[in-house]
Design a binder for this molecule. Structure first.
Ligand code: TXA
Ligand code: MG
Length: 344
């Protein structure tokens, strides 16, 4: 398959966006930037188009997709109820990095919901994403634009690495600002439930909703056969090729532990201020200052991907605290490490 590349799209009025939108309307698959990570989009109301996303990613069929909309009104068509919490959340966090799980309307194909009775809806803040959705005139179903299991793409180059020749087009809108995916909160049960931490923090959700339950899969490894509320949380994810171990605890102590464990062939992910404290290896990546979780979120996936082109045997990583967006960073690190964790 030929993949068309729309490079350096910075203006939401760029005429190339209409071309990309037409590809989507006609049943094609287009990768596009959002403020979290790049998405792999198709017409959410066209089952055949949605199936192409699963094929391009090698995505398991039981993992549902998020429907992206450009205006609040579009959510009315996708769900059967408009709970009060939806309005509160939308008012505060939309457009933005929040996905809300709602009871699905009959028009939402089972290819999008993976057969569940609910649908995830997100109104992204990225101007190019919104222009594309508006121009397409349909909701756009989009998972992250990586091959299944890989770290999510935060640049068009990452998308190119994973998807060239497998999809119709890539819209290059520069680097994603948030760097980790959207927060997923379910309003389908009795109490709001955090299914995946992301760009909107748990504290911010609690501020609007009061009580928010946290799904077990956010912090812990699930037992064999145990089902998370967000099906995607059960898969090995974000994983670099080399096995990885997360060293959790006070940064000074985790630095000493990693110095003890890592040999010259091993990779290290550390806080920027510890960069020069590791002398034994050249495969070392800083991912932000320990006091700056936003920056860690922004850089994490790029850092994880960078190890795949290096001959590293094992990767050791320091681990931030779970405050704010830190909960999302820790969740992605734990999953990248396949829950291989050492506490210091
Ligand atoms: O930031 C994001 O959310 C990005 C950008 C492109 O918008 N998208 C993204 O999609 O991360 P994806 O497919 O990589 O992750 C979506 C997650 C999966 O874990 C999936 O299982 C869960 O959302 N999900 C989708 N629909 C759901 C539903 N109806 N109920 C529970 N979980 C759902
Ligand atoms: Mg994904």
């Amino acid at each position: 398959m030929q993949t068309l590349l729309f490079s350096h799209i910075v203006d939401p009025a760029d005429p190339q966006i209409a071309v990309a939108a037409r590809i989507i309307r006609e049943g094609g698959v287009v990768a596009f930037p959002t403020e979290t990570v790049y998405g792999l989009g198709a017409n959410a109301l066209d089952p055949l188009a949605v199936r192409k996303i699963f094929a391009a990613k090698d995505r398991p069929a039981d993992n549902p997709l998020i429907a992206h909309i450009a205006d609040f009104d579009a959510v009315r068509k996708l769900t059967t109820t408009l709970p009060r919490e939806l309005e509160l959340l939308a008012e505060r966090f939309w457009p933005g990095p929040l996905t809300i799980i709602l009871p699905a309307a009959p028009c939402v194909p089972k290819e999008v919901t993976a057969g569940l009775s609910t649908v995830g809806v997100r109104l992204p803040a990225h101007p190019i994403a919104r222009a594309l959705i508006r121009a397409a005139g349909v909701p756009i179903a989009a998972p992250s634009a990586n091959r299944s299991g890989k770290p999510s793409p935060t640049t068009a180059t990452h998308v190119y690495e994973d998807m060239f020749g497998r999809i119709d087009a890539i819209v290059d809108g520069g680097r994603s600002g948030v760097g980790v995916e959207s927060t997923i909160v379910s309003l389908a049960g009795a109490t709001p439930r955090l299914l995946r931490p992301g760009g909107v923090s748990l504290e911010e959700l609690e501020d609007v909703l009061g009580r928010v339950d946290v799904d077990k899969a956010v912090r812990e490894k699930l037992a064999e056969g145990e089902k998370p509320a967000a099906p995607g949380m059960k898969y090995r994810h974000y994983a670099p090729i080399a096995p990885m171990t997360l060293v959790v605890g006070d940064p000074e102590k985790s630095m000493l532990k990693i110095r003890e464990l890592a040999g010259p062939q091993d990779g290290i992910i550390c806080f920027d201020e510890y960069f020069f404290r590791f002398k034994n290896t050249e495969y070392i990546r800083g991912f932000g200052h320990s006091s700056h979780p936003e920056e860690q979120a922004q850089r994490l996936f790029r850092v994880l991907r960078s190890f795949d082109s290096l001959p590293v045997r094992h990767i050791y990583s320091q681990c931030p605290s779970e405050d704010g967006i830190g909960l999302a960073v820790v969740n992605r690190l734990k999953k990248a490490a396949g829950f291989s964790i050492i506490e210091v």
